[in-house]
Design a protein around this ligand. Structure first.
Ligand code: MG
Length: 219
């Protein structure tokens, strides 16, 4: 079992399910040739995929196109089902930086065949996290800068203000379909600039005032 890491908190919280949103920034949807969806596009990753900043992403040998995606991640701190605006906001207890590592070549193949993306999104080390900052310690504005660099070169650089669906809208949408529980994490989508990484690349990602992470890609 994996536990969350917090900035200023020593509570032990096991990581629950990782619920991920796709195509939540218009410029990123466009760069992959997709329209912005009418409703959030949802997929899952298992908790066992999680590693933390400082650990390494292991490049699967069966893919030739591993991509980085930096994302705001919501920490769900209490159970919620069929949330409204108020209970959605109350269920979000904190924020962290995440990488939704993606096997883009597999994803394109699955999309073409109309098959699930699961194996393009789920592999060991496919989700990288920084420490969670709790709402009590930080007032979220929704306009924080989000960025990622590979070997010191900036690849993704945007603002959380460019998200199509806000954190509250996302929690309302998901919780109307499956309950969210304490320890669940929601990956809220990536801005434009996604691209390939190869073994030995070093990735640094940051969301202004929320956190930073770094990881290395290895064989
Ligand atoms: Mg993503």
């Amino acid at each position: 079992m994996k536990y969350l890491k917090f900035k200023n908190n020593y509570e032990q919280v096991p990581i629950g399910k990782l619920v991920c949103v796709g195509r939540n920034y218009a410029a990123h949807a466009n760069e992959l040739g997709n329209d912005v969806p009418e409703f959030p596009l949802i997929f899952l990753k298992p908790a066992s995929n999680v590693i933390f900043s400082g650990e390494s992403v292991v490049h699967p040998a069966y893919s030739k196109d591993l991509h980085h995606e930096v994302e705001l991640v919501l920490y769900i701190g209490k159970e919620v089902k069929d949330a409204d605006d108020t209970t959605a906001e109350e269920a979000i207890h904190g924020y962290t930086v995440g990488l939704d590592m993606t096997l883009r070549d597999l994803q394109f193949e699955f999309k073409k065949k109309g098959e699930p993306w699961t194996l393009a999104k789920c592999f060991d080390t496919a989700a990288v996290l920084s420490d969670v900052v709790l709402k009590n310690d930080y007032k979220f504005t929704g306009t924080e800068n989000i960025s990622l660099s590979v070997n010191g070169l900036v690849k993704q650089n945007s603002s959380l203000a460019n998200m199509v669906f806000s954190p509250v809208e996302i929690v309302k949408y998901i919780s109307a379909r499956m309950k969210l529980e304490k320890g669940d994490l929601i990956f809220t989508g990536t801005p434009e600039g996604v691209g390939r990484v190869v073994p030995d690349d070093k990735i640094d990602a940051e969301i202004e005032n929320i956190g930073k992470l770094s990881t290395q890609v290895i064989h």
